[in-house]
Design a protein around this ligand. Structure first.
Ligand SMILES: [Zn+2]
Length: 425
């Protein structure tokens, strides 16, 4: 079988619609993937799981002194609601929220440069902020050409506190700071709810060592306003091309293809998978993940979330095969994390756009900067390495996550901070 970037690109056009976690469109994409597997003679199941979401009814932000102006904002889902009349208090721009910035933040609406990760959020909560404002974008943004994204205050952060939070454009934030904003009003009303998201799972049993599993993973959901073809329609179609190969050339070990839903809201699909398949997970030898691909201008890389020997071997292997990509040991923020956190080593493939040659997590993630040739290049890496592992006489990789990687994962998951909270309870 010859890998075809053109075929991948055609499929990418088919699934290149916005596929937000838990939405009808995400479900439509899941069914589409299931059908594509079945066309290749491999049955696929759709496995449901529930995710947290919220409906935002009101999100308003207004500067009251020394001038009066309302700004367009989006509300953080699952952030604390205000009363109907909102909170009207002093406003403070706290930059990166250093101790000195926050010395008199108590009871104020505090704007920060963001993004709102746990350490920053904790400092704001500890400082007694009455509300938080974050920002995104570029001061050159044209509102008619750009979107203000919707955010969620994730469970991990909520473990440390909750206040009303809204999100605004950098361009507007700049205006209000330059104008000396000192008093503001914030209104947030949102209703949390549960939605259903889906993983799509296809299995090709091994001909010799069917009890040993290697899985190929890619998330197929997108963020709002984005067609998510670069992130991660590309990985989605790359793995379907890999499936096509193994459907025609039965693998020695069992291969699983898992397309994860709801990655963009916190790796929810892969967490749901590892939770629901604890027994099966013992048989997983390796997880091969593909997240972002296809830009015409870019660079391929592979990150090995496993022992150093694997990353060294993989680097040699790729060089011997004449593949051009950088291989290193480390973690990336993607569906390989829940696997590695469960003891399953992982390898992540991606092709990142060159600076200025790709856009992610906004309406500019489109086919405009992707090509069949670039998709094909990454697919060859994934398939060539995948074949080597799947058909190895003896599987050589230790099922072990080394200490340095465990530490990186723990930091990523805020393990230490969360255990402090639990021990206080
Ligand atoms: Zn992604």
């Amino acid at each position: 079988m010859k890998i075809s970037g053109e075929r991948e690109l055609e499929l990418l056009k088919k699934i290149g619609f916005t596929r937000v976690a838990g939405s009808e469109e995400e479900q439509k994409a899941a069914v589409l993937l299931q059908q594509e597997c079945e066309k290749l003679g491999v049955s696929a199941e759709i496995e449901k799981f529930s995710i947290e979401d919220a409906v935002i009814e009101r999100a308003e932000f207004q500067i009251l002194e020394p001038f009066e102006k309302s700004y367009e904002v989006t509300g953080y889902k699952c952030a604390q609601n205000t009363f109907d009349r909102g909170v009207t208090v002093d406003f403070l721009y706290a930059e990166n929220a250093l101790e000195a910035d926050l010395a008199d933040a108590r009871g104020k609406i505090v704007m920060v440069n963001g993004p709102l990760r746990l350490p920053l959020f904790r400092r704001l909560i500890d400082a007694g902020a009455a509300g938080i404002v974050t920002m995104e974008g570029d001061f050159r943004d044209k509102p008619e050409e750009t979107d203000l994204s919707t955010r969620m205050l994730r469970r991990t952060l909520r473990a440390f506190g909750n206040v009303p939070i809204v999100h605004m454009r950098v361009k507007d934030a700049m205006e209000l700071v330059a104008g000396g904003a000192r008093r503001a009003k914030l209104v947030l009303k949102n209703t949390p709810l549960e939605r259903t998201s889906r993983n799509v799972i296809a299995t090709i049993p091994g001909t010799e060592r069917s009890e040993e599993i290697i899985s190929f993973g890619a998330h197929y959901d997108s963020v709002p306003y984005s067609t998510g073809v670069y992130d991660n329609g590309a990985g989605t179609v790359i793995n379907l091309e890999v499936l096509r190969y193994f459907a025609e050339n039965p693998p020695k070990r069992t291969v699983k293809f898992i397309w994860y839903g709801s990655e963009e809201i916190g790796l929810e699909g892969s967490w749901a998978y590892v939770k629901a398949h604890q027994e099966e997970l013992k048989k997983h030898l390796l997880m091969i993940n593909v997240d972002v691909g296809g830009p015409v201008l870019g660079a391929d890389k592979a990150s090995v979330t496993g022992v150093k020997e694997l990353s060294e071997y993989m680097d040699y292997f790729m060089k011997i095969r004449g593949h051009r990509l950088k291989v290193s040991q480390g973690i990336i923020s993607s569906d390989s994390i829940p696997f590695a956190a469960s003891g399953v080593p992982a390898v992540n493939f991606d092709r990142d756009g060159a600076p200025g040659a790709a856009c992610i997590h906004n309406r500019f993630d489109t086919l405009a900067f992707l090509s069949a040739a670039a998709l094909e290049k990454t697919t060859k890496h994934v398939l060539d390495f995948g074949m080597e592992m799947v058909n190895a006489a003896v599987f050589p990789v230790k099922r072990e996550i080394p200490e340095n990687i465990v530490e990186e994962i723990d930091r990523y998951l805020y393990k230490k901070e969360l255990s402090q909270i639990r021990s206080k309870e």
